[in-house]
Design a protein around this ligand. Structure first.
Ligand code: SF4
Ligand code: SF4
Length: 112
């Protein structure tokens, strides 16, 4: 099982920005429009749940316990590219920072 399935820290730390072409009201777009908000002519971001700290509206579950992305198959490119080795327990600086903010230990560091 990927450690991401019992984490979710990045989804409640970094606000995800995406190109408007990724949204499903554009040809070929897949990210549900209703879960995004525009931040400019060509950019949008994932909406957050009300309250602080920021948490992506598509994140389900409890951080550090059991989580899932409600739009996993259609998630933005930025989500797909974040900490690409985390699924095999190899984090990076951004992953470690997000986990630290949620009082979770870093994943195994990348080998030198
Ligand atoms: S990429 Fe890192 S911070 Fe994000 S869910 Fe996976 S382990 Fe957690
Ligand atoms: S879209 Fe999914 S993977 Fe991306 S930040 Fe939101 S919950 Fe996390």
């Amino acid at each position: 099982m990927s450690p991401c399935q019992s984490c979710g820290a990045c989804c409640a730390t970094y606000r995800v920005t995406l190109h408007s072409d990724e949204i499903d009201d554009m040809p070929g777009g897949r990210v549900p429009a209703g879960l995004t908000e525009p931040i400019g002519a060509q950019l949008a971001c994932m909406r957050g749940k009300a309250g602080a700290p920021w948490r992506c509206i598509a994140l389900r579950g409890r951080i550090g316990d059991a989580v899932s992305c409600a739009i996993y198959e259609f998630r933005p490119q930025a989500c797909r590219e974040f900490a690409p080795l985390a699924a095999v327990s190899r984090g990076d600086e951004a992953c470690d920072d997000a986990r630290r903010r949620h009082r979770l230990p870093p994943l195994r560091p990348l080998a030198a």
